[in-house]
Design a protein around this ligand. Sequence first.
Ligand SMILES: Nc1ncnc2c1ncn2[C@@H]1O[C@H](COP(=O)(O)OP(=O)(O)OP(=O)(O)O)[C@@H](O)[C@H]1O
Length: 239
Amino acid sequence: MIEIDNVVAGYTADIDILRGMTLAVQPAEIVTLLGPNGCGKSTLLKTIAGYLLPRSGSVTLQGKNVSQIPVHQKIRHCSLGFVPQTENVFSALTIRENLQVGGHYMAPADCRARMDELCVLYPILGKKFNAPAASMSGGERQILALARALMPRPEILLLDEPSAGLSPKVLHEVFDAIVQVRNQERVTVLMVEQNAMEALRISDRAYVLSMGAVALTGRADALMRDEQVRELYLGGRAH
Ligand SMILES: Nc1ncnc2c1ncn2[C@@H]1O[C@H](COP(=O)(O)OP(=O)(O)OP(=O)(O)O)[C@@H](O)[C@H]1O
């Protein structure tokens, strides 16, 4: 579970990007963050992950206040996986080696067993196991990035625009991969997405952010049906 309570954070001392952010994600939910460019979606993920530490307020993961724990410790000790928007696979390394990077802290036998599990969950990884990641398509790379973050069996997964740069067909494959791991491993997922309608289709709930705070929230199906929400935040009418 993720609980964000009244978080204020920013990159420089004089400017707050998050201005009293409060939200929660229940176990095994998929929740999407929406909102205009620059409203603080990625900054919120970075603050939860610990790249940025809040000036005030609290970040609680699985019931533990981890507000001041930096990213390298969070990934290792707080059951957290993070897939950043860019540079999320090592092109020159093979699929196996990318997964091993994700399993860096695991015992070798456990790391091997987890790679086998993920190759069953996502067969494309097994098919290309010893090929360089550079040989993968955009969608396949995104699935590899997801799998790498899943190596240590995190209970919480943060995804920054998993569909960025993907065609609509491939986008569905990546979203299916996210739903699959939530269903099979009960992972709690918080993601930022520009493809709002598509993201809402696989989400339980969403938060719309504006200027570093929550502007509105609701169940994904209700937000998709709401005429005003569609006009203001989701790029117009449903199709
Ligand atoms: N590393 C950084 N240093 C300083 N300011 C930053 C940094 N990263 C982001 N910002 C600023 O923080 C604000 C929020 O950026 P953020 O990336 O969180 O927005 P976003 O809602 O994810 O936007 P987008 O939809 O465009 O990705 C912006 O004004 C941005 O310029």
